[in-house]
Design a protein around this ligand. Structure first.
Ligand SMILES: Nc1ncnc2c1ncn2[C@@H]1O[C@H](COP(=O)(O)OP(=O)(O)OP(=O)(O)O)[C@@H](O)[C@H]1O
Ligand SMILES: [Mg+2]
Length: 266
């Protein structure tokens, strides 16, 4: 796959396909910790992301598939057998097209545009230092819950938020702040924003975030991903918990950017 982590698309023995980032990826081992922590937090916040899984890659598989390796410049680096991080491809890659970008003309057909507001709360909270990324795919979508009759479904696009390797500022494990940090490049997704209230359900969920879920996130990390860095991880999670109360200010700060991403917020 494209990208600095040099992930590979692999079929796992649960029958699903995963975009796998390896523990010894060229970015940093902490990238995997960030992905895994983010997956647990996002799951609690019910923000649309691909399902994720720990993927075990064995020595026999690597021997049989020499094309699965990493490159550092021209140097070939072997993948270390063990546990790695997988982000599930939505469907069968041979049949389901997944897009990294949609042109503005198609964005209104995305049925869950509100997830871009949700993920901004998350990106501000976790200090995601990377630009916001998502994948899109076509689906027949029923919108039964919102009261509309659950008919046969209408065609639309679904967005899922991906790439959380640079939450906590990637390998740095800190929280850089700037007005534009976390803002998606296509501003159309924020058209509905009129006040802080439009971020409310997610702001409230984060501000009341249960400590148990943070503990659970920590426990979900394979020990060899954090070996020797347990104290640093504990401090990171303490700071994350502390930061929750600053979120309304962090969201409001977006409006100090040179071009206000929320032109309808008067
Ligand atoms: N769950 C997924 N389903 C489909 N495609 C995916 C999924 N996750 C990642 N991808 C694809 O793989 C690419 C690389 O993934 P990702 O952006 O997470 O890796 P990265 O190496 O961290 O990238 P970057 O250099 O942007 O930091 C994405 O641009 C996207 O095209
Ligand atoms: Mg990326």
């Amino acid at each position: 796959m494209r990208g600095g982590a040099q992930s590979h698309l692999l079929e796992a023995d649960d029958g699903n396909w995963y975009v796998v980032k390896f523990r010894n990826n060229p970015q940093h081992r902490r990238i995997l910790v960030n992905e895994r922590l983010s997956a647990t937090l996002l799951d609690y916040l019910k923000i649309a992301t691909p399902e994720t899984a720990l993927i075990q890659v064995g020595a026999a598989f690597l021997d049989a598939n020499p094309e699965v390796h990493l490159l550092l410049g021209t140097q070939r680096i072997a993948i270390e057998p063990g546990w790695h991080f997988g982000s599930r491809y939505p469907g069968d890659p041979g049949r389901t097209a997944v897009y990294d970008f949609l042109p503005d003309a198609l964005l209104p057909q995305v049925v869950n545009l509100e997830d871009f507001r949700a993920i901004l709360v998350f990106d501000k909270w976790t200090g995601n230092a990377d630009g916001r990324q998502s994948v899109f795919y076509r689906a027949l979508v029923r919108r039964g819950e919102s009261g509309a009759p659950a008919g046969p479904g209408r065609p639309g696009f679904v967005a899922r938020m991906i790439d959380h390797g640079y939450t906590f500022n990637g390998p740095n494990w800190d929280f850089p702040e700037s007005p534009l940090q976390g803002i998606y490049a296509r501003r159309l997704v924020y058209e509905a924003v009129r006040s802080l209230e439009d971020f409310r359900p997610w702001l409230d969920l984060v501000m009341d975030f249960p400590e148990e879920v943070i503990d659970q996130a920590w426990k979900g990390i394979p020990p060899d991903w954090v070996e020797g860095e347990e104290d640093a991880l504990e401090q990171l999670l303490e700071r994350l918990f502390e930061r929750r109360k600053r979120l309304p200010d962090l969201i409001g700060s977006c409006r100090q950017a040179k071009t206000d991403p929320f032109p309808n917020w008067k």
